[in-house]
Write a protein that binds this ligand. Structure first.
Ligand SMILES: [Zn+2]
Ligand SMILES: [Zn+2]
Length: 551
């Protein structure tokens, strides 16, 4: 394990609120991983930024009578607040429209141009005579030339994940009319130049998911298409060429560069040499599967194109999309749950627990189901995990006035339980390092289930022989759990810590100390109370109805 890491997650587009689908595949796994690496003593920074440029933002800001700057500032702040409420703890949340990123993007462009990776080409661009504007990207919808899926954006087929060279049966997504074609000059990035180097990178990096690599390698075999990296609009990073005006970079040219420019700014501001730190770190980019093309091909190609001044990603954890009640999430059809709304109903830890538990380290889609949410919270989080904590600590308070007794001679069952504590650090740690966060969480739950059974079997309330050992080991198991659960449920973890009567922040505890028996005879617990409240069926029914009826 490297001693330094930089973590990023796909940038939120500054054009609407964060919903549960956004956090499931990127922000939450990235946050859990960041917290884990910090516990491991890795110097880790979680960097994110709002994605501020592009036509949709320009049009929406005009509609609302704001400048695009004002518009994105609002969403940057709102996103930042929503993430904080969900305990997504960025070390730095910046923006693609920052002066640092604008400058960095232009520098990268110049370097790519000098290295011969950029060319200018007159292209025919769709133009809507009705709306009087060029129609880049998602302003044209049509049939994907590869898989024939209908109603796909001209810059991304959501069905097969590819970027169409030219969409079939095009129409304007604003007014529905068939657009005409007009001539305009654009700049292109020679992605084709990088086929061999990209193959080499993919083959040589064993940390990337095999199944994702496989289809990316197929795309390379089929032949890569050069990227049109400019747009005829006013809102974006200007193309730094004399005489060129009203031409900006395409969002996918500038946004991922903000991973680097934001990290460098943060690191430099904190007394480090940002570039050196970047190149000495493990680099993680957490993404959803819809942007595989951009992160496995385009992003590494651009870094290769400027001479690998900034190292390529070591990990690109890629996860599937969240559906809601088995249907595709859609803001326009009002089929989504805003993060802010959710957090008014339930604590952040409930959603964190549920989303991690249903989210494998794979591209399989996952489904948010209200009934399943209630079951998981009530039976697993409360019935198993919360129950053990309340039981072990509550009993110690009741029977021993909160003072932990020392162990007697351990019998077979005690020894087995002690062994579970000793093994927890390896069991959970290995899975966390492999990005299998759902399985790591499951291990933690198996651990608490074991101690529930142990406690039940030992019947310490009968005050028979072995009572003291049972209480001693169970309280220590609770301490192990508090540290192990921290990356997943930071708030609850701290509550357990306080109830255990241990001073300070649980976040400062090293992960590798999970398996130590730290709490000794005579330790006094803090004030003990139930950690969680049951999810009521009536609330769930209300939410289901609200989703169906929109009221
Ligand atoms: Zn397609
Ligand atoms: Zn139109």
């Amino acid at each position: 394990m490297n001693s330094k890491a930089i973590i990023t997650s796909a940038l939120p587009y500054a054009n609407g609120e964060i919903h549960v689908g956004h956090v499931a595949s990127t922000y939450l796994p990235a946050d859990v991983t960041t917290r884990f690496l910090k516990q491991k003593g890795v110097e880790t920074y979680y960097i994110c930024a709002s994605d501020d440029f592009g036509t949709p933002i320009l049009i929406q800001s005009e509609k609302e009578g704001k400048t695009p700057e004002e518009y994105v500032e609002y969403w940057n702040k709102r996103d930042s607040e929503d993430f904080a409420a969900f305990d997504i703890e960025f070390d730095f949340f910046y923006k693609t429209s920052s002066p640092e990123n604008r400058k960095f993007v232009q520098d990268v462009f110049r370097k790519l141009e000098q290295a011969g990776h950029i060319y200018e080409k007159e292209i025919i661009q769709f133009y809507c005579n009705n709306d009087k504007k060029f129609l880049p990207d998602r302003y044209v919808v049509g049939t994907c030339p590869y898989c024939k899926a209908e109603e796909q954006y001209s810059d991304l087929c959501e069905k097969c994940g590819r970027v169409p060279e030219e969409i079939e049966n095009p129409h304007c997504s604003i007014c529905g009319e068939t657009p005409v074609k007009e001539k305009t000059k654009h700049y292109f990035f020679k992605l084709k130049n990088f086929s061999d180097k990209l193959s080499e990178y993919l083959n040589g990096n064993q940390n990337l998911q095999k199944d994702v690599k496989k289809y990316v390698q197929n795309w390379i075999k089929e032949g890569l298409v050069d990227w049109d990296i400019t747009r005829d609009i006013s809102w974006g990073v200007p193309v730094p060429i004399d005489g060129v005006s009203e031409k900006v970079f395409y969002g996918w040219f500038d946004n991922h560069l903000a991973y680097i420019s934001s990290a460098i700014k943060f690191l430099n501001d904190n007394g480090k040499d940002g570039k050196t730190f970047w190149n000495e770190s493990d680099i993680y980019h957490f993404i959803g599967k819809d942007i595989v093309y951009h992160h496995y091909l385009f992003l590494p190609a651009m870094r290769l194109g400027i001479g690998e001044e900034y190292k390529l990603p070591d990990y690109i954890p890629t996860r599937g999309h969240l559906t809601l009640q088995a249907k595709k999430i859609s803001k326009s059809r009002n089929w989504y749950i805003g993060l802010k709304d959710f957090l008014q109903l339930f604590p952040a830890d409930y959603l964190r627990f549920y989303l991690v538990s249903i989210n494998p380290y794979s591209q399989d889609d996952l489904n948010f189901d209200w009934d399943e949410f209630a079951t998981k919270i009530n039976s697993e989080l409360i019935g198993n995990f919360g129950n053990l904590i309340n039981r072990a600590l509550g009993f110690t308070v009741k029977a021993f006035d909160g003072v932990v007794p020392g162990p007697e001679e351990l019998d077979e069952m005690d020894k087995e339980s002690e062994k579970k504590i000793k093994e927890l650090v390896l069991d959970v740690g290995k899975l966390m390092e492999q990005n299998h966060l759902d399985r790591a969480l499951k291990k933690i739950l198996q651990f608490s289930a074991h101690f529930n059974q142990y406690f039940q079997h030992k019947e310490p309330w009968k005050k028979g022989p072995g009572t003291n050992s049972c209480v001693y080991l169970s309280v220590n198991a609770v301490r192990s759990l508090a540290v192990a659960i921290y990356p997943f449920l930071p708030k609850s973890s701290q509550k357990i810590w306080t109830q255990l009567g241990i001073d300070g922040d649980v976040s400062a505890q090293r992960f590798d100390e999970i398996s130590n028996i730290v709490i000794k005879q005579g330790h006094k617990l803090g004030k003990v109370s139930p950690l969680f409240e049951k999810v009521e069926e009536s609330v769930i029914e209300e939410q289901k109805k609200k989703l169906e009826t929109g009221i």
